[in-house]
Design a protein around this ligand. Structure first.
Ligand SMILES: Nc1ncnc2c1ncn2[C@@H]1O[C@H](COP(=O)(O)OP(=O)(O)OP(=O)(O)O)[C@@H](O)[C@H]1O
Ligand SMILES: [Mg+2]
Length: 332
């Protein structure tokens, strides 16, 4: 019998485009959905596309009507409600529907960057020194400048601008004020690691396997810090878009390759990754690889991150999608 797969994703037309660049992010969502759908066609699976929209109860109602062997989970949480991402996964677990990617508790943990850093630190993995601050607790600041100020629980580089890299207390206060105002009250402040930037994806349930390593390359005007900003991902023609590239596989020595590999696998095991994930890292001046974050629901768009890494490893896009589905079917 033909396998039936339902793709769930954010309804791009009801999730209000209320932030700068959100329209570009919407186009990104659709590209990803269409690519997965085309892969399902190529694999000769039955497929259906199910857009989820607010409120959460409506999403529950929509999902309870799905009749499929497995759900392909591309849902990234409603705009302004990141917690809806693990909550939707929890619903599928409660409904006993098999789905691709990580279980709800892993999505919930990795959404909180500070908690994730604490967990991986406890496992002896390096991550930049950090503090969670609010405008009221700024006096507790005790890190070394330069630092980067980020939202605690957002992704897709929401809210990241060159100004997020701060060099003194005045700049720090301004960015903590901005980020905590825009993103639910807290700001994650980290020491800024200005070395080479890598990311690598893994796949697997109990046995995790590294797919391939990429390096992010920067060729930016001297006044712009080397960071992946919202612009570098979505705004063609901007200095960040033009000045940011990716090299895959990364050109690294066998020793560095081994260090990156060990760090990535250890980080994924520490947070309980099952399915697939991508880890973002930077190399410190002392050579140490420091983990910036573990993405438990990384972008599957062709030619990016995990898809690009799979291709370099010799898997077609359809093979990657099939492997992800096989892992979901193997669970339970
Ligand atoms: N401590 C740091 N030191 C140096 N650069 C950093 C640091 N933290 C973040 N960056 C830069 O900012 C980018 C985005 O940060 P991060 O990956 O933590 O957030 P994100 O917005 O959730 O990203 P994604 O879209 O990958 O989910 C990184 O790719 C890196 O270029
Ligand atoms: Mg990242």
């Amino acid at each position: 019998m033909t396998l039936k797969v339902a793709i769930i994703y954010n309804d791009p037309f009801t999730d209000e485009p209320n932030r700068a660049g959100e329209e570009e992010a919407i186009v990104g969502v659709l590209e990803e959905v269409f690519a997965v759908r085309d892969a399902l066609k190529e694999l000769k699976y039955d497929w259906e596309q199910v857009a989820l929209h607010k409120p959460l109860e409506e999403a529950r109602r929509i999902m309870s009507s799905i009749r499929a062997d497995v759900i392909f989970n591309l849902f990234e949480g409603f705009d302004d409600a990141p917690q809806s991402e693990p909550l939707v996964a929890r619903m599928m677990e409660d409904m006993r529907i098999r789905f691709t990617g990580n279980p709800s508790h892993v999505l919930e943990l990795t959404l909180d960057k500070a908690r994730t850093k604490e967990v991986i630190k406890q496992h002896g993995i390096h991550t930049p020194e950090y503090q969670v601050l609010t405008p009221q607790t700024l006096d507790n600041f005790c890190l070394r400048f330069p630092c980067i100020v980020k939202p605690c629980d957002e992704d897709a580089s929401h809210g990241l601008l060159p100004e997020n890299v701060v060099r003194d207390r005045k700049q720090l206060a301004r960015q903590v004020q901005r980020i905590s105002g825009e993103f639910r009250g807290y700001a994650l402040v980290e020491e800024f690691i200005d070395g080479r930037e890598f990311n690598a994806s893994v796949i697997g349930n109990h046995e995790l396997e590294l797919i391939e390593i990429s390096e992010i390359t920067y060729m930016l005007p001297p006044d712009l810090p080397h960071i992946l900003t919202f612009e570098s991902k979505w705004f063609e023609g901007t200095p960040y878009y033009r000045g940011t590239g990716v090299q895959c596989p990364a050109q690294v020595s066998p020793e560095l390759r081994q260090t990156i590999r060990d760090t990535v696998l250890a980080s994924c095991r520490a947070v309980g990754i099952s399915g697939y994930a991508r880890v973002d890292m930077r190399q410190d001046t002392d050579g140490a690889i420091r983990v910036l974050e573990v993405n438990a629901n990384p972008d599957l768009s062709p030619e990016l991150g995990i898809a690009l890494q799979s291709e370099k490893r010799g898997w077609s896009y359809a093979t990657l999608i099939r492997n992800i589905i096989d892992l979901a079917l193997e669970r339970i």
